[in-house]
Design a protein around this ligand. Structure first.
Ligand code: ATP
Ligand code: LTN
Length: 340
């Protein structure tokens, strides 16, 4: 059960595409490491996922797959609150309120919006634009102290802090100012086919990433196909050897071996050795994850029980904070709670 004396951690992933190794390394791995020190809320960001076009059947499958993978990767459902964003209507409500405290100029600067509008040129919807405000609402709705994310989410966290500070300055201390947690290693894993762009789970080219549910043969093939740099020494030099440095970083994050040890072990060896060993390490790491995932997905009952508990817990906390915000703004208190 949750322990309320601990500081609160909140994070989430949108159920778009296939959950992959960089989501594990950049986000879930840190959730697993931090889960004992914090009162954790792990969210499935389904409202965020529909900012790009989703097929309803695929989305539903992804939602269950992602929750099962959170658990299979090591998130303990008995100790943490695991919940679905759309099961707590306060996210949408607080997002609206925060919209009115956010300047368009601030959203115009968001690099993820610029990237995604290029990728989805036929569907640049308002949700995609105000996505960072919904993310701020996710975090402030629980007064989260810590938000572990990958590097690409840093700008959204900064915006969240700006919005919270603005509201606190105007209305008094309402929100906790959240701290981002971006790990020193693995916060920006790069694509296997293009080491200059980030690995992404909705990439159309599946060779760019290793899915957490990829078959061992597929994993081996994808690593063998990964692009490498010119030269032949295996050294961690992101500026001059971006592809090999990325493979070394993945190995470091998955096995825990230090970068220096990896470099030493591969002295005089060829790129191909590193690729094959890395594929084997990733396959070995994923084997128990996939096994646990398959058990959980045989029948959704266990997952539904976890999500029901999560919804109740999350709603309870969210309502307290939302009520304060409604009152602060000057709204008439919810009439159903007024004694007449
Ligand atoms: P999409 O392609 O669907 O936009 P994504 O792969 O960028 O997805 P998100 O849902 O945006 O993934 O991110 C989930 C979490 O994984 C976030 O904390 C994010 O920072 C982290 N993350 C995503 N990509 C990487 C990456 N390449 N390296 C490290 N962390 C990452
Ligand atoms: N925008 C995030 C997912 C996300 C999130 C959050 C992460 C939605 N709400 C709240 C941390 C806290 C992404 O990774 N694309």
């Amino acid at each position: 059960m949750t322990n309320n004396s601990k500081p609160l951690l909140l994070s989430g992933i949108q159920p778009s595409g296939n959950l992959m190794i960089a989501n594990y390394i950049g986000a879930i791995r840190n959730w697993v490491d931090l889960q004992n020190q914090y009162n954790c809320y792990f969210m499935l960001a389904d409202l965020h996922a529909i900012t790009v076009t989703q097929e309803p059947q695929d989305l539903l499958k992804n939602c269950y797959d992602f929750i099962a993978l959170y658990i299979a990767c090591g998130i303990n459902p008995d100790q943490n609150t695991i919940f679905v964003q759309s099961h707590v209507s306060g996210h949408a409500e607080l997002a609206w309120l925060l919209n009115c405290y956010t300047q368009m100029g601030e959203l115009n600067r968001m690099t993820q919006f610029k990237d995604k509008s290029q990728k989805h040129a036929k569907n640049i919807n308002v949700g995609l634009y105000s996505y960072p405000v919904l993310m701020a609402a996710d975090i402030l709705l629980y007064n989260a102290d810590l938000v572990p994310v990958g590097h690409d989410q840093k700008q959204h966290l900064e915006l969240t802090r700006d919005i919270a500070n603005r509201i606190n300055n105007r209305h008094g201390e309402l929100f906790t100012i959240p701290e981002p947690y971006i790990a020193k290693s693995g916060a920006r894993i790069m694509s296997l086919q293009d080491p200059n762009s980030k690995m992404s789970k909705s990439d159309k080219n599946v060779n760019n990433y290793i899915g957490l549910l990829d078959d061992p043969k597929v994993i081996m093939k994808k690593f063998k196909k990964a692009v490498t740099d010119s030269g032949d020494t295996i050294r961690y030099e992101p500026e001059t050897k971006p592809a090999i440095s990325n493979l070394i970083e993945i190995r470091h994050c998955v096995t825990g071996e230090s970068i220096a040890d990896i470099e030493k072990n591969y002295e005089g060896k060829m790129y191909g050795h590193l690729k094959i060993d890395l594929a084997e390490a990733v396959i070995e790491f994923l084997q128990p994850v996939q096994e646990r995932f398959n058990q959980l997905r045989q029948d959704n009952t266990e997952l539904n029980i976890i999500l029901k508990r999560g919804q109740e817990e999350a709603n309870k906390r969210a309502e307290t904070i939302l009520n304060k915000m409604r009152q602060t703004i000057g709204f008439i208190p919810n009439i159903k709670n007024v004694c007449l």
